[in-house]
Design a protein around this ligand. Structure first.
Ligand SMILES: C[S@@+](CC[C@H](N)C(=O)[O-])C[C@H]1O[C@@H](n2cnc3c(N)ncnc32)[C@H](O)[C@@H]1O
Length: 371
């Protein structure tokens, strides 16, 4: 009986192993993948690609700039890395701290409530100069989008807030009140790539300023408070039916994206991260960035290119001026996007692109290099 049991366990082990080999998964991946998806009910985007590219080794020091629900962080921890995780959203921190409590208690995970634009000073305060890897999964998380209270969604009724960090800054409604129609038009055009920016900015500004007029005339009207659904309907009504049919998304999508980016200064934070993060990498260290729209991806691509290529000579035909050897290398020219299976499983992954920068040497600033 014992022999039969033993034989069947060995046999099932071999079968699972063969299946894993066939699917090019290792046992670890299989275990963490199912565990991460099940325990948080949240699927980290490009999870396998991140692990494959990160090549995390036990004992390495990693920074996850965007903790969120901790899916990627947990994977790094399970690979044996020491992790410092940032998030500007206290709610994300509270929930992830609870879930990853054992790693915090053992000292393997440190969570910092801060904007990742503060990476440089935060690491300096901890006495850390270099790390083995830095990961950022940009933008908002699914829980932030799904919770009406946060004001990111045009599908549910909530306050027009959209702040990732609710302890500071202006809500989206306050932002609109505090800025002119021209400024609103500018962000709709630049951050939302909205073709009807000028018209929509005027419509939105007039709608929001109704309240200000009421306050000024002490007319405490019974006007309904402004909410996300009201804003979405306003934009819908201001979009001709012919155009609405042509769009393959809700007519308010671009406006909400633009407001969110402005309110959270998302591009400003990314610019700072792109400036500081490469300098914090050890030799062979990696910077992995997942972006979700072309504005972010363009910035990442441009910065990675600038860091990994010799600048062209100022005038054609002239030899390039002497410069330090290139310190960085781009791992895959086009980055990594989700495959069809992941896109079906997790619609958010459809627009995601992972780009990877590797530090190949550290220059000492004197024209010599340290391999
Ligand atoms: C896409 S989610 C990350 C999901 C995470 N990788 C996971 O597996 O659960 C992005 C998270 O980053 C945070 N975030 C976005 N921009 C940030 C910034 N500039 N500084 C710090 N946190 C930021 C958001 O609050 C959100 O929780």
């Amino acid at each position: 009986m014992i022999a039969i049991l033993l034989w069947s366990s060995v046999l099932s082990f071999l079968v699972i192993h063969l299946i894993c080999l066939h699917l090019r998964l290792d046992f670890y991946q299989l275990a963490t993948k199912s565990m991460t998806i099940n325990s948080t009910n949240h699927i980290p985007v490009l999870f396998d690609a991140v692990l494959e590219q990160a090549q995390v080794c036990e004992g390495e020091l990693w920074v996850d700039c965007t903790l969120g629900r901790g899916g990627h962080t947990e994977a790094l921890l399970l690979k044996g890395a020491q992790v410092i995780a940032f998030d500007r959203d206290q709610q994300a921190i509270d929930e992830s701290s609870l879930r990853l409590k054992s790693f915090i208690e053992s000292g393997q995970l440190t969570i910092v409530h801060s904007n990742f634009s503060e990476l440089k000073s935060a690491l300096e305060e901890m006495g850390i100069q270099f790390v083995h890897g830095i990961l950022a999964d940009l933008g908002v998380s699914s829980p932030q989008l799904d919770e009406a209270e946060r004001g990111f969604s045009f599908m549910t009724s909530g306050p027009i807030d959209m702040r990732m960090d609710r302890s500071r800054g202006l809500s989206a409604l306050e932002w609109i009140k505090a800025h002119s129609a021209q400024e609103l038009c500018h962000i709709l055009r630049v951050y939302g790539e909205e073709a009807r920016a000028k018209y929509l900015a005027k419509v939105i500004k007039d709608w929001v300023d109704e309240d200000l007029k009421d306050e000024a005339s002490v007319n405490l009207s019974s006007r309904k408070p402004k909410d996300t659904l009201g804003l979405a309907r306003l934009i819908e009504n201001a979009t001709p039916m012919k155009l609405r049919r042509k769009l393959n998304k809700h007519p308010a999508t671009r406006v909400f994206q633009a407001l969110r980016i402005a309110v959270n200064d998302e591009l400003g934070a990314l610019e700072q991260l792109l400036e500081d993060a490469p300098k914090r990498l050890e030799v062979h260290g990696k910077l992995l960035l997942i972006s979700f729209h072309s504005l972010e991806d363009r910035m990442v691509k441009k910065r990675f290119k600038a860091l990994s290529e010799t600048p062209p000579p100022p005038r054609r035909g002239l030899p390039p001026p002497p410069s330090d050897p290139i310190e960085f290398e781009v791992a895959l020219r086009k980055g990594v996007v989700a495959d069809e299976q992941e896109k079906d499983l997790n619609p958010r992954s459809r627009s995601a692109r992972l780009r990877i920068l590797t530090r190949i040497r550290k220059n000492d600033g004197l024209g010599k290099m340290k391999a």
